[in-house]
Design a protein around this ligand. Structure first.
Ligand SMILES: [Zn+2]
Ligand SMILES: [Zn+2]
Length: 269
């Protein structure tokens, strides 16, 4: 279950609104002469409004993403851009790889099912050196390698608000699933998108152990707390894994999620 509160703070919203109102007033002032007032000098250049300010990140102002401590007099939009850039760079800094991962990648470059996330990560769930082949849908990895847009935003495929900041909150809500909920939004026909950003790891055909391994490959060294919703187990049942072993796999996964518990909002981004 996700731990969120939708009480919204309007600090950033109000800042942007004031900014827009100021521009409109300046433009009105410029186009008409008010009795008793001088017209705006011809040297006045209206700001470049070709790019709107950054979107307010989904969930901003909730417990998931409390409002940033922005200085309203010092370009809040630029401060949000900096926060987004820092967040992107922090996500890159905590990925763990086996020492020979480059060789593995070169050796398997023609294998379209080679999973560089799971094959290049060491964990007790998978024998060392085992090449893992599957389709691995990861919103976090897509975010990390996405094109950086104006205001350091990226195009998010699951949120209602997009593009948005690389910072998605002070916690990571994550759905970890086999094919059951993988790509659950489909083409989003009639569905506008999520109100808060939720990451997903979706691996069709994966057992609980494989989902556990994939989760650690992406989040083991996360500097943020992670809230996990695991939706899987059908592949274990279909492969005839005994119930008591499935329960052990689930408990091991839970143990490692709880072990990631760490204070949120401590990394300065
Ligand atoms: Zn994988
Ligand atoms: Zn999003």
């Amino acid at each position: 279950m996700f731990n969120c509160n939708f009480k919204r703070s309007n600090t950033l919203n109000a800042t942007f609104s004031c900014f827009v109102i100021n521009i409109i007033m300046l433009q009105m002032y410029r186009s008409s002469t008010i009795p008793g007032h001088s017209p705006v000098p011809p040297t006045f250049k209206p700001p470049n409004t070709a790019h709107p300010p950054p979107n307010i990140p989904p969930g901003y102002g909730t417990d998931l993403y409390p409002a940033e401590n922005l200085d309203p007099l010092n370009h809040p939009a630029l401060q949000m851009e900096e926060i987004s850039r820092n967040s992107k760079s922090n996500e890159f800094s905590y990925i763990t790889k086996v020492p020979n991962y480059r060789n593995l990648r070169i050796k398997n470059r023609d294998d379209k099912y080679y999973c560089n996330i799971c094959s290049e990560y060491p964990s007790p769930m998978v024998p060392r050196g085992k090449i893992i082949r599957h389709r691995h849908n990861s919103s976090k990895i897509k975010r990390m390698y996405s094109t950086t847009l104006k205001w350091a935003e990226y195009n998010c495929t699951s949120c209602k608000t997009t593009p948005h900041s690389h910072k998605t909150g002070v916690r990571y809500p994550v759905i970890v699933t086999s094919s059951i909920l993988n790509n659950w939004q489909g083409k989003k026909s009639g569905y506008p998108g999520d109100e808060i950003h939720v990451d997903i790891i979706g691996i069709p055909g994966a057992t609980i152990k494989m989902l556990h391994h994939a989760f650690l490959a992406e989040f083991e060294n996360s500097y943020r707390p992670v809230d996990v919703l695991l939706v899987g187990g059908l592949n274990d049942v279909m492969k005839g894994r005994p119930l008591h072993k499935i329960m052990t796999d689930l408990n091991n996964f839970k143990r490692d999620v709880i072990a990631l518990k760490r204070p949120s909002g401590t990394n300065g981004d």
